[in-house]
Design a protein around this ligand. Structure first.
Ligand SMILES: Nc1ncnc2c1ncn2[C@@H]1O[C@H](COP(=O)(O)OP(=O)(O)OP(=O)(O)O)[C@@H](O)[C@H]1O
Length: 552
């Protein structure tokens, strides 16, 4: 195995991806063109459009030559990456070497070897060539650490507990094997029923992906659509409109191979017999620790009881999987493989973390305005607060200051949420204020800064919130404000920072582990349940607030 090849992957991810570097979706090109209007991003956008065109050209060449086995094109030959042979893992020693490099800990009975490259999947698992082309066309050239381990496990139909840092590619780690398994399963059922000549077959939902939020479910479905192009696999995000089509019979569930959904919508349909889940063979809980928390547990249970296929394989994914969640998972799984990348529940090491003592609520406003004035507030920025009311109040303050900002929380309509996300993704909007509704899974490209205006109520919440930056090999910054009311809550943050070796700038007493003892389990539970009562944010006169808000 070529160790340098493996090591260089992180570096190439870093090099090739800058702000908004999503080369796959044509709508991104349009929005980037629109962005040219904005002076500050002009140069950046022009560079990206050029890069997009050259990249597109290269991708087309690469895909053509892969399909035709044609190596004659000079452009393709000259590309350094094409000169290297795909890494293949064929022995236990090579697997050990790769796991050491990737910081992967894999346990379980009869664990499969990891993959060294996506091409490795062709020889070992007869991966669909179209699926491989789709990966390459979307710039997914090499598997990340979690993909190396999770993909072969799922292709061997193993139950799986997978924990890997935020932004490390967990979504593709479950989507690639899911798609391949469903392709194989469809071929098998076609053969059983005598091939294509027997007319159109009734399909069944075979894959189910559960996500705790609508935004994340939609994002997963978008990713799924990209990699299933030309594969004849039908996927659906169970939004309000699709759910009502199922209910009224306008759209038949039997058209779909894979459904991505939040728990409640699914349960509602199952209870009303509008959806049959008894043929589902592959189940994924994304952000599983959130779905296994007490607020969701009943719904998760209801879903599990509707999944009756004896072939059912289950996997759970998150950046934070507590031992309690692992215990619950073991209770519903058969002989699972456990994959942990890096330190369990640690922050992504590409994120520079900082805490700022602000004294009181007013001090936080002063601190944020100070950051804006002194250049520490480099967009795109996401600001997290503990409640809807506080998010609204800070939105009014920053809008009053003339900042290019919008807010997302559970009280805004789906359309308002989607619009704000689209504007933020395109770069039109520079700052997004939100609650924990956007803290998990959402993949915005090139976020520069996360501000925890309010301290998150658990170390897990902190890891997910700051994980919106520092994704796919990029770097990012996270700043957490705290006041004298946060003496307990800030310990969650400090402990994560200390585990990441980020004690620079931290008060001396916080660096000392004995002085800052860990919170007791009971105290942690209480902090998670109850929201800290905080002083008011708002300083903007009411009459002005209304005028401005309506305008926005
Ligand atoms: N093999 C790959 N090569 C290049 N980019 C990749 C690869 N796999 C994933 N990515 C990109 O990395 C980014 C992060 O991936 P993803 O959203 O799956 O992270 P995650 O681990 O699920 O994070 P979170 O814990 O926050 O949900 C995405 O933009 C995705 O397109």
């Amino acid at each position: 195995m070529d160790i340098f090849r493996v090591l260089s992957r992180g570096a190439s991810l870093n090099k090739s991806k800058d702000y908004k570097a999503d080369f796959t979706a044509p709508d991104k090109v349009k929005s980037a063109t629109e962005l040219k209007k904005s002076n500050d991003l002009n140069v950046q956008v022009e560079k990206e459009i050029d890069f997009f065109h050259s990249k597109q050209h290269k991708i087309v060449k690469e895909v053509e030559s892969k399909v035709n086995g044609d190596e004659s094109d000079d452009d393709v030959k000259d590309d350094e990456t094409r000169k290297q042979e795909p890494v293949k893992i064929t022995t236990k020693e090579e697997a050990l070497e790769l796991r050491k490099l990737n910081g992967s800990k894999v346990t379980g009975h009869d664990v499969p070897l990891p993959i060294g490259s996506f091409e490795d999947l062709i020889s070992r698992f007869r991966l669909s060539k179209i699926l491989l082309q789709n990966l390459i066309a979307n710039n997914f050239n090499e598997p990340t650490a979690i993909q190396s381990e999770a993909i072969p496990c799922a292709l061997f139909n193993r139950d799986l507990i997978a924990c890997a840092p935020t932004g490390s590619g967990k979504t593709l780690a479950f989507l690639i094997p899911l798609v391949q398994n469903i392709l194989a399963s469809n071929i098998r059922s076609k053969k059983r029923k005598g091939g294509e000549n027997k007319g159109s077959e009734e399909k069944r939902i075979k894959g189910l992906i559960i996500s705790p939020t609508k935004e994340l479910a939609q994002q997963i479905n978008n990713q799924l659509n990209k990699i299933t192009e030309n594969l004849g696999i039908k996927t659906g995000y169970l939004n309000k409109s699709l759910a009502s089509k199922f209910r009224s019979g306008v759209s038949k569930a039997s058209k779909f191979d894979i459904i991505v959904t939040t728990p409640l919508r699914l349960i509602d349909l199952v209870k009303n017999s509008a959806l049959d889940l008894s043929y589902v063979e592959f189940l994924v809980f994304d952000e599983a620790d959130s779905l296994f928390q007490s607020d969701f547990l009943e719904q998760t249970d209801a879903i599990l009881s509707a999944l009756t296929s004896p072939k059912l394989c289950k996997s759970i994914f998150s950046a934070t999987i507590t031992s309690h969640v692992e215990e619950l998972a073991h209770g519903i799984m058969k002989d699972p493989v456990r994959v942990i990348i890096g330190l369990k529940e640690a922050a992504n090491s590409n994120i520079e973390q900082k805490i700022i003592y602000c004294g009181d609520e007013h001090g936080k406003l002063v601190a944020i305005r100070d950051m804006i004035q002194n250049g520490g507030f480099k967009p795109p920025v996401i600001i997290f607060l503990q409640s809807i009311d506080r998010a609204k109040a800070l939105f009014n303050e920053l809008l009053y200051d003339g900042l290019n900002v919008d807010v997302i929380h559970a009280e805004r309509s789906q359309k308002q949420r989607e619009d704000a996300i689209a504007r933020f993704r395109s770069g039109e909007l520079w700052c997004l204020i939100t609650t924990d509704v956007l803290s998990r899974g959402i993949d915005f490209k090139g976020i520069n800064l996360i501000i925890n205006y309010d301290v998150p109520n658990s170390s897990q919440a902190y890891v997910h919130r700051i994980g919106r930056t520092g994704r796919a090999g990029r770097t990012g910054r996270a700043v957490t404000f705290y006041t004298k009311e946060d003496t307990d809550m800030i310990k969650n943050v400090v402990n994560v920072m200390r585990a990441s070796g980020q004690i620079e700038g931290m008060p001396i007493w916080m660096r000392d582990e004995t002085a800052l003892s860990k919170l007791s389990k009971d105290r942690k539970r209480k902090l998670k349940r109850e929201q800290l009562e905080r002083g008011k944010i708002s300083t903007v006169p009411k009459a002005f607030k209304k005028r401005k808000f309506r305008k926005a």
